[in-house]
Design a protein around this ligand. Sequence first.
Ligand SMILES: Cc1cc2nc3c(=O)[nH]c(=O)nc-3n(C[C@H](O)[C@H](O)[C@H](O)COP(=O)(O)OP(=O)(O)OC[C@H]3O[C@@H](n4cnc5c(N)ncnc54)[C@H](O)[C@@H]3O)c2cc1C
Length: 470
Amino acid sequence: MSIHPAALEALRSRLNSATIYTPDSENYKQSLIRWSDTGMRHAGVVVQPTQAPEISVALLWAQENDIEVAVKGGGHSISGTSSSDGGLVIDLSRMNGVTVDTTRKSITAQGGATWKEVDEAGAAHGLAAVGGTVNHTGVGGLTLGGGYGWLSGQYGLTIDNLLSATVVLADGRTVTASNSENEDLFWGLRGAGYNFGVVVDFTYQAYDQKNPVFSGILGYTPDKLEGVVGALNEALAHPDSRFGAMCILTLAPDGSGPMIILIGFFNGSREEGQSKFAGFTALDPVLNTLDMIPYSVVNTLQNPQATYGDRKSFKGIFFQPPLDPLFARTIFNDFMTKIQSEPDLAASAIILEFTDMRKICEVPLASTSLASRNTTQNGIVYLRWTDPAKDLEHRAWAREAQAKWKAELDAATPDQGDKSSVPQYINYAEPGDSIVSNIYGGNIGRLREVKIKYDPNNVFHKMHPISTNA
Ligand SMILES: Cc1cc2nc3c(=O)[nH]c(=O)nc-3n(C[C@H](O)[C@H](O)[C@H](O)COP(=O)(O)OP(=O)(O)OC[C@H]3O[C@@H](n4cnc5c(N)ncnc54)[C@H](O)[C@@H]3O)c2cc1C
C-alpha cells in the first residue's frame, strides 16, 4: 500500500534540511541498499535527517498517519529490520559525525556512524573504543544489542563502555539516557536497545591505544583442523584478556578448496604476541600475515570477505569451550560438502569467535538488559548466495546446521535445567529464529516495564520486539 500523496506533502512541508526519497525519486533505489540483498524492502518514504528535531517530526507524522517505522543505522540487518515494506525508513546515514574528547577520553558517534569512523577518529588521538570487527558495520545496531570486538577481553562489551546516549522517543521528545538520567531507559538500551527510540548519538569510554597490536591472518589446510581447535581451546584455558581469535571455515578464494582461516589478535608487543601464537604458528600455516599493525587496521581484515551484495543468512551458534575437535571435524566436513556441491554458496563460511569472557561476566547480569553474559562463545553459520529461488532451501539448511550446535551446547551445559534457558547473543539472532529463541532471559519482566514507559504503542518493533503483554 502506498502512502497518500497528501500525507507525503505534509511530511515534506515539515522537514527542511532532511533528504526525502519516495519511489519516484531519482536516488530512491540507492537509498534502499543494505549490506545483504535479503535486507532490502521497498519503503514508502525514506527520510535522511541531519538533526534530532527532524527525527521527531518524522516519528510524529508516521504515527498520525498510521505508517510503520523502521530505523536504519549501518544497514547490516539481514532480515530487513532496518527496512520497511511501504512504510517510513528513518535512515541515519547522514548523521555519521564522530567527535573525540581527549580530556575525558571519550568518543561520541552519531547514530548513523560506522565503526570505521569511530576507529579512525580515535586513532588520530591514540585512542580506541570497543567496537565491531568489521569496520563498515553500524555503531547503532551493534551497540544496541551488546557489541563484541577485539578489545572485549580487556574492556568488556560495547555497552559496558557506553557512557550515555541521546534518544528521540516515539512521543517526539529528545532525552539523554545515562547512569544519572533516565536510568531505566539506559538499562534497556544496553542489550534490547532497538525497542525504545531512535538513538541520535552514543558516547563511549575510549582507551589509550597508541601502540600497534600483533595481529593478522593465518591460513591452514583442512588436515590442521584438530590442531587449530586444540590451540584455540588451550588459549582459552589459559586466558589472557589481550588475546582474541576468530576461526573461519571456508573455501579458499583462489578455488583451491576448503581451508581454515584464523584471525589472531594480541594487544601487546611483538615478542609477547609471537609467544601467544606459538601454538598456532607451529602448525605450519600456509599463510601467515601476523605482524604489528594499528588497531584500526585489524577491523579491516575481514572486509574483503564481508562485502555488500548478494543474499545472506546469519544463524547464530553458541558453544561452550573447550570445543570438541571431533564435533568440529563433523561440522567442517558437512559444511564443505554442502558449499562445494553448490557453487553459488562458495563465499559462505562458519565463523567461530574465541573471546576471554571474564571481563564481560564481571558485569552483574542485572545491570544491563543484555541477558547473554555467560561463558559460551559466539559464532555464525554464514551463507551467501545469489539465486532468490534458493532462499528457503538455504535458510533451512543453515537452520539444520545451527540445530547441531544447539544440541552440542545443550549437551555441554547439563546443569542449566531447562535448556532453552541459556540466553544467547541477540545481535547474532535473526527475528523469528526458532532455535535461538531465548533472547531476553530473566530480564523480560523489567524490559516490559521500560517498554510501556517509553514506547507504549510499540512504534519500535522490528528487531526482537518486547511484547507489552505479560
Ligand atoms: C559483516 C558483519 C560483521 C559483524 N560483526 C560484529 C562484531 O564484530 N561484533 C558484534 O557484536 N556484532 C557484529 N555483527 C552483528 C551486528 O552487531 C548486527 O548486525 C547489528 O545489528 C548491525 O547494526 P547496523 O546498524 O549496521 O544495522 P542496521 O540494519 O542499520 O540496524 C540493525 C537494527 O538496529 C536498529 N538500529 C540501528 N541503528 C539504530 C539507532 N541509531 N537507533 C535505533 N535503532 C537503531 C535498526 O532499526 C535495526 O533493527 C556483525 C554483522 C555483520 C553483518
